[in-house]
Design a protein around this ligand. Structure first.
Ligand SMILES: [Zn+2]
Length: 429
């Protein structure tokens, strides 16, 4: 009996935690020229942040800094909470999708994933929700755990593993029915099928379940990207019920209002992309407490790709225009918008999302909060991250200039600290 208890305790301890009590209790301070704390709409000047190990102890203009304590001088910079990207694919890159599935081994993809993780952290994202590996199986769980155990640099990760869609609902397409091809998602059909798939993903480490409520690959129209509904209502409800039994939330890719509304009614926590969501869908989201993760930059960057054929160019430009109209509608409706980019081509460019949010009418402060406080709430890590205040983990970034005057300064993050450890410092030595 005793050995069983010991085994259980060991097994629990071995489960890599995203939050660790730092073994060091070294006290140090950050001197900040300006501070945007993620919580308040105010900008504070000449603030000091006192950090003990990996935890923020105190923040303020008049806090006593004990003699002999190391001070990192950021007095020429604006300091903010570490950013959170709620929609990444660290295991995917911008090259041929089919080659990634057919020619790149899982270890090769994991190795590229470590590079993507480092770039993402250095861009200022101290936390991400990675919403599926696109055929790289459970590599996101391995990446998450290797980062948490301190083997490699990278953001904290909430992993969604493989994502779910229906037979015929996801890439790759066009191969002979006589050939077995790997899929970019886990294909599951019917109530029993989806329940088993959810249980499997959670068993292998999923923090989230990602589903395709609609799929753009099923047909394309000339003028814009179109999504066709995938799972029926009963399947979606079964997915959410199975996940929520163990406290795991579900996020849904949905372009159309129909797919989004079905997913929200089934109980998903966030809608990804939502290119064409209407007022009724945003009203339903508010009513059910669901979040919208718009991922503007992914489609915008695609529209700027000079290798697009004329037909693709037309389709994506029209899509971007409608996405923009949807974003403006969301602002008017008071939808809860959590920052997410879907930016893997290239990794590290996710901060370009801010400029689009502001161009489309969001205030710079609200855009920053969507990537800090609001995203932390979506991830249910608001007790630990998302704002700079006593008791939170020391996830801190800094930029030169004033992001409230020029939001694009966030595209050049100069200082990154995660968990009290400095990963990048181009400001003081
Ligand atoms: Zn995505």
């Amino acid at each position: 009996m005793k050995s069983l208890v010991l085994w259980l305790i060991t097994a629990l301890l071995m489960t890599a935690s995203s939050f660790s009590q730092s073994s060091e209790t070294k006290l140090f301070a950050l001197k900040c020229g300006k501070l945007i704390d993620g919580k308040s709409d105010k900008v504070y000047e000449n603030v000091a942040i006192l950090i003990n190990g990996n935890e923020i102890k105190d923040v303020g203009t008049n806090i006593p800094i004990p003699a002999g304590v190391d001070v990192i001088d950021l007095s020429n910079a604006t300091v903010l909470p570490g950013l959170i990207d709620s929609h990444t694919h660290l295991l995917l890159h911008g090259g041929s999708y089919d080659d990634q599935l057919f020619k790149e081994s899982l270890p090769f993809r994991a190795i590229l994933g470590t590079v993507a993780a480092k770039k993402t952290l250095e861009a200022g994202f101290t936390t991400v929700r990675d919403v599926e590996t696109e055929g790289a199986m459970y590599n996101d769980v391995a990446l998450r755990d290797a980062i948490n155990q301190g083997h490699i640099p990278g953001p904290r990760i909430q992993a969604s593993t493989r994502a779910l869609s229906i037979t015929g609902g996801y890439a790759p397409y066009g191969y002979s029915p006589d050939v077995d091809v790997p899929y970019g998602v886990q294909v599951a059909d019917g109530i029993d099928g989806v329940r088993k798939a959810v249980r499997e993903q959670i068993h292998f480490g999923a923090d989230w379940i990602k589903i395709y409520a609609d799929s753009r690959y099923r047909h394309r129209m000339a003028d814009s990207l179109v999504g066709s509904v995938t799972f029926n209502d009963e399947e979606m409800k079964a997915i959410v019920e199975e996940a929520e039994k163990v406290g795991v939330h579900v996020c849904a890719h949905a372009y159309t209002s129909e797919a989004a509304q079905r997913a929200i009614r089934a109980g998903v926590r966030s809608i990804e992309h939502g290119l064409y969501l209407d007022d009724e869908t945003f009203r339903l989201m508010r009513q059910k407490g669901a979040y919208w993760v718009p991922t503007l930059i992914a489609y915008y960057a695609w529209s700027q790709d000079t290798t697009n054929s004329p037909a693709v160019k037309k389709m994506v430009e029209y899509t971007v225009q409608r996405h923009k109209e949807t974003f403006k509608r969301a602002l008017k409706s008071g939808a809860t918008i959590a920052f997410g980019t879907d930016m893997y081509n290239p990794h590290g460019d996710g901060t370009k999302e801010f400029a689009l949010m502001v161009e489309y009418g969001m205030t710079p402060m609200k855009a920053i909060q969507s990537a800090t406080k609001v995203a932390a709430e979506l991830l249910e890590w608001q007790e630990n991250i998302g704002t700079i205040e006593p008791g939170k983990l020391a996830d801190v970034i800094a930029v030169q200039g004033d992001p409230l005057k020029d939001i694009t300064v966030l595209e050049h993050v100069k200082f990154v600290m995660k968990d009290g450890k400095v990963y990048k410092n181009e400001l003081s030595h």
